[in-house]
Design a protein around this ligand. Structure first.
Ligand code: K7E
Ligand code: CUA
Length: 660
């Protein structure tokens, strides 16, 4: 299938069909300049300049690449189980994926945003959203692990998330699908959307020290689809800008019915005011919600899961000065705020121009009561022209997202015309355009959503790969493309394959993270209740049909490596403590017939695999991580006998030293 047909097939906006003719960029094979290889080549033994944290989309995970090399360093499991790392399979990690719907093994992770101090990445955490079963995650940048996941109530599709305020006071999560609020009254006809469906915007506070989440309050809104958002910064600190589509309030065939209005909205919210009202007790406690709050404890190496049942809600239509709507052409997607905080860029997916709004003008319009004569469901609507700084004319087709550099320029991705367009934020003049291969979604400039972008590199995350790599059957990886943006013209340097479907990403300078990256877990600080302190404590304990194996690993043996007296009907827990205190010395553990996964146990850590034997016999187990010259010798046996057998429970390592 040719790309053109592919796009027509994938994008149903028939009105734009004529423009598809010019979609495919010319000269796909030769767009790279001569010394591109040198500029992305990191010699063996040397480090990249940036860590690139990339969302995995439908993989549910986050991956970490180096820039400019495009080398993949790590996949951090977040919302989806990962058998490679035992995420969601070990007893310790299972609670992380619990929700009010029970254990959810998968999600769709779209956006990543770093924690900020004074509007700059501070290297503490990455935040991520799950789009399907609404949740927020916090990833620890010392351990590169997911430390916390909180579910978002009253929400149907947490797409507009996670966007953080200038000092990460709050992570914002707004619903993509308006739905009837949680609780008993939600059994309503779907065509009663206008009456019964509501949007909710959650303000999740972040503890300065620990990073711990708490849903401080939610703002209830008329039924709308919230798509994307940016918090204000600098002059606009204290405000929040959210793109809204489906101002038609359609509930069926949105493709057509939510594309009727010439303009939808960007909602401007004065969150400092909202916080004031919340603190003054003006919200209502809603007690018929149920949402999960899961936390990782780094001392016990174990997650906890609890269900919360209360949230405070403020109805924005009951307050005069909380929220305003700015008309924005044609189903806006990105709502991106310039580094100074003065400009808000709205990217209408079906629009032929890009409106750039001015915060100063917006404030003047609000204080001058310069509103449209009709409110939208109780919310004042600022006049389009009154808030407008100007329009970028003829920028391209299908604008989606905008990022900023360190020189006053903006870069917008165009899905339909498959290009990145550079323009000046003040003059709105188009300065450069470069084709992407193909159909770019998000793009990212290093630090491009901060107050002082690092600039230098731009990465385009493309939806369609086609002819960029060796073919791999019907499914191709999505491609990322690295551009050098240090000069006047963008220069394509590199294609690299990605995991899942990248949406948003962040790039942090390497020196912000590499020094504090954790190397081992201190075995003396390990407070896991089933830790084994040394090989002399390794043992097997039976309590009814529960058998606990206190097991240790160190190069190159597992203790104990002979286990007998297990019976059919037993539930066996292998509590594996890795006694190593050397960097990069994990050991793995796997046993034949296990219905879950391997464990990968980090130095100083204790991790548990549950195993229910399904037959009588001898079951080998072994270390899955090639750890030494005698890694193949790092193995053992479990003997399973019939229920009621008189084989005594015993275990040992080395010749006949039972530790019964
Ligand atoms: Cu444009 Cu989900 Cu941010 Cu993807 S969204 S591209
Ligand atoms: Cu331990 Cu291989």
């Amino acid at each position: 299938m040719k790309l053109r047909q592919y796009l027509v097939f994938g994008l149903a906006a028939a009105t734009m069909a004529t423009s598809f003719q010019a979609c495919r960029p010319k000269g796909a094979g030769s767009a790279v300049t001569g010394d591109a290889a040198q500029r992305t080549y990191i010699p063996p033994g040397q480090y990249d300049e940036f860590y690139n944290f990339v969302s995995g989309g439908f993989s549910g995970q986050m991956s970490v690449y180096g820039l400019p090399s495009g080398r993949l360093f790590r996949v951090i499991p977040v919302f989806s189980v990962d058998p490679e790392k035992g995420w969601g399979f070990s007893e310790e990690t299972k609670p992380m994926l619990q929700t009010s719907h029970g254990f959810v093994p998968w999600d769709d992770l779209h956006h990543i945003e770093s924690s900020f101090t004074n509007g700059m990445p501070d290297g503490k955490w990455m935040f991520a959203n799950s789009n399907n079963t609404p949740r927020l995650a916090r990833i620890n940048l010392e351990t590169f692990r997911t430390d916390e996941i909180i579910e978002i109530p009253n929400t149907g599709g947490n797409h507009c998330s996670p966007f953080t305020t200038e000092n990460s006071e709050y992570v914002i999560a707004a619903t993509r699908f308006s739905v009837p609020p949680d609780g008993a009254d939600s059994d309503v006809p779907i065509d009663s959307y206008k009456e019964n469906f509501k949007g909710h915007i959650s303000f999740v506070s972040v503890d300065k020290e620990t990073g711990e989440f708490d849903i401080a309050f939610q703002l209830k809104t008329p039924g709308l689809n919230f798509d994307l958002s940016s918090a204000g910064k600098g002059v606009s600190n204290g405000w929040l800008f959210i793109s809204c589509y489906n101002s038609e309030q359609a509930h069926t065939l949105l493709e057509v019915n939510a594309s009727k209005n010439d303009k939808d909205f960007i909602m401007a919210i004065n969150w400092k005011k909202a916080e004031e009202y919340f603190k003054a007790g003006r919200g209502t406690k809603q007690t018929n919600v149920r949402y999960a709050h899961n936390k990782w404890d780094e001392h016990t190496h174990t997650a906890s899961h609890e269900i919360k049942t209360e949230v405070t809600v403020l109805d924005i239509t009951e307050f005069e000065d909380l929220a305003y709507l700015i008309p924005c052409p044609k189903s806006p997607h990105g709502a991106d705020v310039s580094p100074t905080g003065e400009y808000i860029v709205g990217s209408g997916k079906l629009a032929a121009l890009i409106p750039v709004f001015s915060f100063e003008k917006l404030q003047a319009a609000i204080s001058g009561n310069d509103f449209e004569s009709e409110r939208y469901d109780g919310i004042p609507v600022v006049k389009y022209e009154s808030a407008l700084h100007g329009e970028v004319e003829k920028p391209g087709l299908g604008p989606l997202h905008t990022e900023f550099d360190d020189k006053g320029n903006a870069y917008t991705s165009f899905f339909v015309s498959s290009e990145v367009v550079k323009w000046n934020v003040e003059t709105l003049e188009v300065l450069d355009r470069q084709p992407t291969y193909y159909s770019v979604g998000h793009l990212m400039v290093a630090g491009g959503n901060s107050k002082n972008p690092y600039g230098k590199y731009l990465v385009a995350y493309n939806k369609i790969t086609k002819d960029r790599f060796l073919p791999t059957g019907p499914e191709l990886c999505h491609s990322a493309q690295l551009f050098d943006i240090s000069g006047d013209k963008m220069e394509l340097l590199l294609d690299f394959p990605t995991i899942g479907e990248p949406h948003y990403a962040q790039a942090l300078p390497a020196d912000l993270l590499m020094e504090k990256s954790l190397q081992i877990y201190d075995i003396n600080a390990n407070k896991h209740p089933y830790k084994t302190n040394g090989e002399s404590e390794a043992r097997v304990e039976r309590n009814g049909n529960i058998v606990r194996v206190y097991m240790t690993t160190i190069r190159s043996h597992i203790t104990p490596d002979v286990i007998e007296g297990i019976q059919m009907g037993d539930e066996v827990y292998f509590h594996v403590t890795n006694l190593e205190q050397d960097w990069d010395m994990p050991h793995g553990f796997a046993i034949k017939g296990a219905n879950n996964s391997e464990l990968l146990v980090m130095p100083g850590e204790t991790t548990t695999l549950k195993w229910v034997p399904d037959r009588v016999g001898i079951f080998p187990f072994y270390c899955t991580d090639f750890c030494s010259a005698l890694h193949q010798e790092m193995s053992g046996y479990v003997r399973v006998s019939p229920k009621g057998s008189n084989v005594p429970i015993k275990s040992y390592t080395g010749e006949s030293t039972p530790t019964t």
